[in-house]
Write a protein that binds this ligand. Structure first.
Ligand code: GRF
Length: 219
């Protein structure tokens, strides 16, 4: 019998390209991230992230929200699918559905999300254009524990870059993705190593209350 190290079991929820999922897969394969991605679930059958997962030998499942009469029914089906693998961590990686409070509370303290803005600025969608329209100097991404209020949970890590005068929403999105692909696996690594936790609405890193960690990128 081998004594394989205990890995953190994760389920990743996606809706689209899955470039963040790919960043997790790459770091796991490189031996840098002690995560066992047991299942990838998409609410869209044509999400490219499903192909990325299948290529990496990860089990996938499609749960189409349109097949359910209500958000409650969909979230219940989602929860049942996730719980078949009893994950330690549920990772939202471009999952474009608002989740019910019941779902969020079920995974309290083990549900994380990445959002493409410097929260609390620009919750919701269209964040890159909104940062440009506001004439912001900085834009970025935030990783946070999920609470029932959308894009409002306590922040684990943020990465920012300077907006250039010739930036478009597309160019910003591309550069922000590079930040996401570095920071999201890092946050997952902290969690997997049991250095990161969420207690009573606070983010703890190595047992200490962690002030929103902000990293500046020159991209
Ligand atoms: C990312 O920008 C993330 O911040 C947002 O959705 C996007 C997902 O991109 N929540 P991908 O599917 O991981 O490429």
């Amino acid at each position: 019998m081998t004594n394989a190290p205990v890995r953190c079991k994760a389920v990743v929820l996606i809706s689209g390209s899955g470039s963040n999922l790919q960043a997790f897969i790459d770091q796991v394969n490189a031996g840098l991230l002690p995560l066992d991605i047991a299942l990838v679930i998409s609410n869209k059958a044509d999400a490219f992230g499903l192909e990325r997962a299948a290529r990496a030998g990860i089990k996938t499942q499609v749960i189409d929200h349109k097949a359910y009469a209500s958000r409650d029914h969909f979230d219940h089906a989602l929860q049942q699918a996730i719980d078949t693998v009893s994950p330690d961590l549920v990772i939202l990686a471009g999952f474009m559905r608002i989740l019910t409070a019941d779902f969020v509370n079920h995974y309290r303290d083990r549900l994380i999300n990445i959002h493409p803005s410097l929260l609390p600025k620009y919750p919701g969608t269209n964040t890159h254009q909104r940062a440009l329209d506001a004439g912001d100097a900085w834009h970025g991404a935030s990783i946070h524990f999920v609470v029932p209020e959308v894009d409002a949970g306590p922040i684990i890590l943020q990465g920012r870059l300077k907006i250039r005068s010739d930036d478009s929403a597309d160019s910003l999105q591309q550069r922000i993705h590079k930040i996401e692909h570095q920071l999201y696996p890092l946050a997952a690594r902290w969690f997997a190593e049991q250095r990161l936790s969420h207690k009573n609405g606070k983010v703890l890193l190595d047992g200490e209350t962690s002030d929103q960690q902000l990293q500046t990128f020159d991209l």
